[in-house]
Design a protein around this ligand. Structure first.
Ligand code: NA7
Length: 559
């Protein structure tokens, strides 16, 4: 406890008036659990959050149609059996508002806000070499210090808006899907334009089309999207999950993507269950062309995702892409529009799979226009709308669904400086270098939750978050128990891990030469092209983390 005794900073104290043991940046699902976990092991903690309340991603992404692509019974915390038993999910895949309600319930139940400060953006994170602690400075100039700092800043938390000439001249309303206002936005009778057809755009477009007088969709790259499961939650299914939650959490721990393979047996009638004998086989190449077509007719476009070789074999991938395109051609009435909506420059499995509700059907509406920005690029935005190389589109509202500076953006914007004042931005000039996505050499006692090089966005985020926060909590506890003041990875651990992260991503569709995705940093001009998440699977990753803890953190240097 030497650090706590060293003195108090005038601001940023815990309610007891002492410097906290741990500063946490962010109060999304990672920061929320960090506060609870660290507190319950006897550490004092203070979390700083830029938003006005908890929820992170689900606090900011309030755009119409925002939803999670992981089933809610699994995209939920596993640390409290009581919480699992008391919370009701209204739908199988929850909408943003329901997930935010859940976050608020958790914050209330565990009294998390007591140790959180909102409307507080951290603009500098600096290691004080002599004092052996971190100093965080906020936009308002407040300073906080603690021996440990945990960056729970999220993987998709820095929205990006392209620099389009004239954008500032637009006199209508401007929104970014990742910073949607809290107050409802009234689009009735308005001419709305949306730029971007990634996951956010695809979710928002059908909703915006229903609300607006007219919707113009400015598309640069067409998307592969499959229909969502839109089921309401059945109470008996939820009950069956609740009865098996311990088993389900165990299954998550052993699943590549942190999602259990649990299927309700009691509450889903036998005849209603998918008959696996008729389910598609695991290799697309093993089917005749009639069988392939038949699989899509029976199971829908999503059937393509069930074939393993689609992700590993270029030939299977191209067959799947062609089947996909043929199917979309049958879904969109206007053949020119259909053709423009077809992805042709990259394959299925390169980007995070998008899931939609009525996306293609939206282009059959009279009040929706698709503009292909490859054919007719944007020249400028002006006071009244968007001008492409072909014509001017009058707009009252312009929505940017143009994505995020993913995985590294929030960490780099925090201006982190480690030992000797070394900037993280310099260390990461050619791409993120970290050990297990948890720590960086030269930045002692700084931890990242779901950082680059960890499964993070390729895993059920709630599972990944709990695993990281538990590991960090145990690590801090161990350091204290063993009289160590600092921990940071050895350089060779870091370089070895990054080599492994790259090796397992090699040869997958994620890193195909035709692929440009935010996983690779390809959506941010000038960002190094590196595959950032760990694709080797959550169980393998978890085992590696556990091995480190079991072997007295041998891959780390202790001070
Ligand atoms: P994404 O997936 O990065 O999508 C952003 C979209 O915006 C994509 O269609 C981009 O086209 C488009 N974009 C970006 N910049 C421009 C410019 N300058 N002009 C035209 N179009 C542009 O972000 P999302 O928010 O949809 O989803 C992010 C993740 O959040 C998602 O994967 C889920 O995990 C949740 P491009 O492909 O770059 O041509």
């Amino acid at each position: 406890m030497a650090d706590r005794a060293q003195g108090q900073v005038s601001q940023g104290q815990t309610p007891e008036g002492q410097m906290p043991d741990v500063l946490v940046v962010g109060a999304g699902f990672a920061g929320m659990y960090a506060v609870h976990r660290f507190r319950s092991q006897g550490l004092s903690v203070k979390a700083l959050e830029a938003g006005s309340d908890v929820g992170g991603t689900w606090y900011w992404n309030r755009y119409p149609g925002a939803r999670c692509d992981v089933p809610s019974l699994e995209y939920s915390y596993g640390f409290s059996a009581e919480l699992e038993q008391e919370w009701d999910w209204p739908e199988v895949f929850s909408a943003q508002a329901d997930i935010l309600r859940y976050a608020n319930h958790v914050a209330d139940k565990f009294d998390l806000r007591r140790d959180m400060q909102f409307d507080t953006r951290v603009v500098a994170v600096e290691w004080l070499d002599d004092a052996h602690r971190w100093r965080l400075t906020t936009e308002a100039g407040e300073r906080f210090e603690a021996p440990f700092c945990v960056m729970a800043t999220g993987c998709l938390s820095i929205p990006i808006t392209p620099s389009v000439p004239g954008a500032a001249d637009f006199r209508g309303e401007v929104y970014h899907t990742g910073m949607w206002p809290k107050e409802p936005v009234d689009l009735a009778g308005k001419r709305v334009g949306i730029i971007g057809t990634g996951s956010s755009g695809v979710q928002a477009i059908p909703e915006l089309a229903r609300q607006a007088a007219h919707l113009t969709v400015f598309q640069r790259t067409p998307v592969y999207t499959v229909p969502a499961n839109r089921k309401r939650m059945r109470p008996d299914v939820q009950q069956e999950f609740r009865e098996h939650y311990r088993e389900i959490r165990e299954m998550q721990q052993n699943n590549q993507g942190g999602v259990s393979t649990f299927r309700p047996r009691k509450s889903v009638r036998r005849e209603a269950r998918v008959d696996t004998t008729n389910a598609p086989p695991t290799r697309l190449l093993d089917l005749t062309s009639e069988q392939r077509r038949d699989a899509i007719d029976r199971f829908g476009l999503g059937a393509l995702l069930a074939f393993r070789d689609v992700y590993s074999d270029a030939r299977a991938n191209e067959i799947a892409n062609e089947l996909y395109r043929d199917t979309v051609r049958t879904m969109v009435r206007d053949p020119d529009t259909a053709e423009r909506l077809l992805p042709k420059t990259y394959g299925l499995g390169c980007k995070r799979q998008v899931i939609d509700r009525d996306y293609y059907d939206t282009f059959n509406r009279d009040n929706v226009t698709l503009v292909d920005l490859v054919e007719t690029p944007v020249d400028t935005v002006d006071a009244t709308g968007v001008r492409t190389s072909a014509r001017h589109y009058e707009l009252d509202v312009l929505v940017y669904a143009t994505g995020f500076d993913a995985m590294t953006g929030a960490l780099l914007r925090a201006n982190i400086r480690g030992r000797g004042g070394r900037k993280l931005a310099d260390k990461w000039r050619d791409g993120p270098v970290a050990y297990l996505g948890l720590q960086m050499a030269g930045f002692p006692n700084l931890f990242t939750v779901t950082g680059p090089g960890s499964p993070s966005v390729l895993c059920n985020m709630l599972v990944a978050i709990e695993q990281h926060v538990n590991w960090i909590g145990n690590c801090i506890g161990w350091l204290r128990a063993n009289g160590a003041r600092t921990i940071e990875p050895r350089e060779e651990s870091e370089t070895g891990w990054i080599a492994h992260v790259n090796e397992v991503a090699e040869g997958t569709m994620f890193t195909a030469p035709t692929c440009n995705s935010w996983y690779l940093g390809a959506n941010v001009p000038g960002k190094a092209r590196i595959f950032m998440p760990y694709v080797g699977g959550y169980p393998r990753y978890r085992a590696r983390c556990e091995r480190e803890a079991a072997h007295r953190y041998e891959g780390f240097a202790l001070g």
